[in-house]
Design a protein around this ligand. Structure first.
Ligand code: ZN
Length: 235
């Protein structure tokens, strides 16, 4: 699905026929596995914060506290002006559902093509693909909360839990986690990855690297920990 997003569709009607189905499945349909719910159970009652490059809204859908969440790269559920004429995003659920329902022969009707209510330019997804990415008010508030969370817990006992981060955008989560672990003797870096689960030599003593399936690892952790209220593990 991800690769299909890069296809040069010959018309915007075909482009949106593809993307509306893509967004509907990945943003407005429930995740097929309980990984996010298990993860939430694991951090419930703890002082946590989530930073993610995912744009599928799965953290919010699973019930993570929005104030403890920074989705850096956008959201499939938002449109922005392609100009962009201003730093504003628009909820797209109704439009996406209509595009999906009314499409025929791999095209949406032209009257459903989304346009900016301010300048009339086409709307596009609010995804960080280039420097046209709109960082709206919600984005800035989340960025500030994340920075604040890190700053006020500097040098405290902290676990940097990295799940499924690859080398597409390592500068957002992976490298900062490595650096912050190196700067704090009380920190632990834990990485779960299907492919490459490794860390630099400098923080090897503080690190746990697991090559495996995130769903299995998280559910095993949950089984091992008695997470009933009043009996939370302290790590
Ligand atoms: Zn505009």
């Amino acid at each position: 699905m991800y690769s299909g997003g890069f296809y040069p569709y010959p018309s915007p009607e075909e482009y949106w026929a593809y993307w509306s189905r893509y967004i509907f499945i990945n943003r407005y349909t429930d995740a097929p596995k309980p990984v996010y719910n298990d993860l939430l159970a694991l951090v419930q009652g703890k002082d946590y914060f989530v930073i993610t490059t995912n744009v599928d809204h799965c953290f919010q859908k699973a019930g993570f506290d929005k104030k403890r969440l920074f989705y850096t790269q956008g959201d499939y559920g938002l449109f922005q002006c392609s100009g962009p004429c201003r730093q504003e995003t628009f909820d797209n659920e109704d439009t996406i559902r209509r595009m999906r329902e009314r499409q025929k022969d791999m095209r949406i009707p032209s009257d459903l093509l989304p346009v900016c209510p301010h300048c009339g330019k086409p709307l596009t997804m609010n995804l960080r693909a280039d420097d046209q990415f709109v960082e709206d008010e919600g984005w800035h508030r989340a960025a500030e909360r994340y920075e604040n969370f890190l700053r006020t817990r500097e040098s405290q006992r902290i676990l940097f839990l990295e799940l499924g981060v690859g080398y597409n955008t390592p500068g957002i989560i992976k490298y900062p986690f490595w650096r912050m672990t190196a700067q704090n003797q009380a920190a632990t870096y834990a990485c779960v990855n299907y492919g490459d689960a490794s860390c630099p030599e400098e923080i090897a003593e503080q690190s746990i690297c697991i090559k495996g399936d995130i769903g299995e690892v998280v559910s095993t952790l949950l089984d091992d920990a008695d997470c009933s209220p009043g009996n939370l593990p302290d790590a």
